[in-house]
Design a binder for this molecule. Sequence first.
Ligand SMILES: NC(=O)c1ccc[n+]([C@@H]2O[C@H](COP(=O)([O-])OP(=O)(O)OC[C@H]3O[C@@H](n4cnc5c(N)ncnc54)[C@H](OP(=O)(O)O)[C@@H]3O)[C@@H](O)[C@H]2O)c1
Length: 324
Amino acid sequence: MKAAQHTRYGDEQNLHLLELAPPKPGPDDVVLKVVATSINASDWEFLSGTPAYSRIMGLTRPRKVVLGSDISGIVVAVGANVKEFAIGDEVFCDNFEVFGGFAEMARVPVGKLLRKPATISHVQASAIPQSAVIALQALRKYGDVTAGQQVLINGGGGGAGSFAIQFAKQAGAHVTAVDHANKLAFMSELGADSVIDYQQQDVTHGLQRFDKIVDFVGHHSVRDYFRILQANGSYVIVGGLLRDILSTLTLGSLLTWVSGKRMSILAHQQNATDIMSVVRQVEQGNIRICVDRTYPLQDIRSAFQHFREQKVLGKVVIEIEGKY
Ligand SMILES: NC(=O)c1ccc[n+]([C@@H]2O[C@H](COP(=O)([O-])OP(=O)(O)OC[C@H]3O[C@@H](n4cnc5c(N)ncnc54)[C@H](OP(=O)(O)O)[C@@H]3O)[C@@H](O)[C@H]2O)c1
């Protein structure tokens, strides 16, 4: 089978399309013919080896050589203990830890697998698992969003941010979304009440105060975020530099202890209930899955280049079926 492999950290030029042996299922695994796998920021981080925490799976060289965790496809083989799924089933998953989605076939532990409803395409299904779930879990970490709350989404135009804006609006919040100038109109279309270009305005130095801040990118100090929280407000960092995450864990915890404000990191829990709740919302027409562009597997380098060009509105997806 063809797979995009990388054996050293660096940019997308380190991805090579190679012929590899197809995966075999262990007793509790299935093997999928991959139809679509979306790119997450975490794929870029594991490809490049930055931030430093992305080297947790290999300090000097990557141990996961075929990336891609949000996979949608068709079951082509099942392990001896697998009773829930059969060959031909259409499924999708968050295959984080195992990865392998940037390939024609991927091994997935059965516990991670969900049935793909016929109401959404494989491309759409691949865009949901990690992005939508981190958005959902970050927003509700300190209680559900309630109507009228002031919510700040930092990185609102990206994969997770595009879901977060919509979830917060669904709950009736007033949403301020921050991202690159190229994404301001997109974030407004998703429902953001106020949009900010991070290159033009520093939201942490404004007068507005927030009940909830969900931060997908970091880039500001914990003190700055603390200042713009309402008295009972909360700040959750989902992604960012190791420095940002460590200072939230240390200074943020201290500030949480001495004030009514709460500051912490998100530890994302893969969760079938959350993923399927998003699918239901999509089916009801409440939430849009935003796929900016799809690329065939052989153009995976271009896909990652586009991912880094500061133009992507929502998600980029690699489509694999029928291209070879
Ligand atoms: N905590 C957990 O358990 C967990 C689990 C999974 C993933 N994550 C992390 O979650 C993060 C978000 O993922 P994602 O897939 O949504 O990423 P993404 O699609 O790359 O979105 C990030 C967005 O932030 C924007 N941005 C960059 N710099 C900014 C700044 N200074 N201010 C405001 N916005 C800025 C980016 O725009 P540009 O195009 O201009 O760069 C992009 O639109 C990643 O860091 C990932 O590692 C965390």
